[in-house]
Write a protein that binds this ligand. Structure first.
Ligand code: SF4
Length: 189
């Protein structure tokens, strides 16, 4: 069932070119996974069959920044890796968006040490923060959908000089943890 089944074949649609471009962009986001630690495993799960990121048109992971428009920073970033992250961001195509996935990428997490960047937003503009350690795939999807909504509504914020501003969206947890499948018995007898 495609759009051709919902509309008569000889019908004519009129719209704005910008709306078509936004629709195409939000339906074909190509992420670049900058996965440095355990959050990267959750990112991989998001693209696999159980969660199926392809439903949102964003499963085509690209490892060339020239072919990507969504940078997903998943995991802690060491000071040594920071120039690589910045270079990748600069080489990505415009318009581009950034998701900071997990506590480590957004704040350094438990790694409060001189060797780990205490929040990538100090060095690259972050549009969406996905909290958790690690965030579940549903939350990452919520973050991607938040960016898709912005693309669709053509609301890319810019300052008076035309410079792109980060969206600064923080995703709220969207799932309930399940209870333990078996009662905890260790140490009770
Ligand atoms: S936020 Fe947690 S799961 Fe993600 S990279 Fe840091 S320690 Fe690993």
């Amino acid at each position: 069932m495609g759009i051709e089944a919902a509309l008569p074949v000889d019908s004519v649609l009129t719209t704005q070119l910008q709306r078509v471009m936004n629709w195409a962009r939000r339906s074909s986001v190509w992420p670049l996974p900058f996965a440095t630690a355990c959050c990267g495993i959750e990112l991989m799960a998001t693209a696999c069959s159980r969660f199926d990121l392809a439903r949102f048109g964003a499963e085509v992971m690209r490892f060339s920044p020239r072919q990507a428009d969504l940078l997903i920073v998943a995991g802690r970033v060491s000071v040594k890796m920071l120039p690589v992250l910045q270079r990748i961001y600069m080489q990505m195509t415009e318009p581009k968006w950034v998701i900071s996935m997990g506590a480590c990428a957004s704040t350094g997490g438990v790694f409060d040490t001189y060797a780990v960047v205490q929040g990538v937003d100090q060095y690259i503009p972050v549009d969406v923060y996905v909290p958790g350690c690690p965030p579940r795939p549903e939350m990452l999807m919520e973050g991607i959908m938040a960016i898709q909504r912005i693309i669709d509504s053509d609301q890319i914020p810019r300052d008076p000089s035309g410079k792109r501003l980060p969206l600064d969206i923080a995703i709220a947890p969207n799932y309930e943890p399940r209870p333990q499948p078996v009662p905890v018995t260790i140490g009770l007898s």
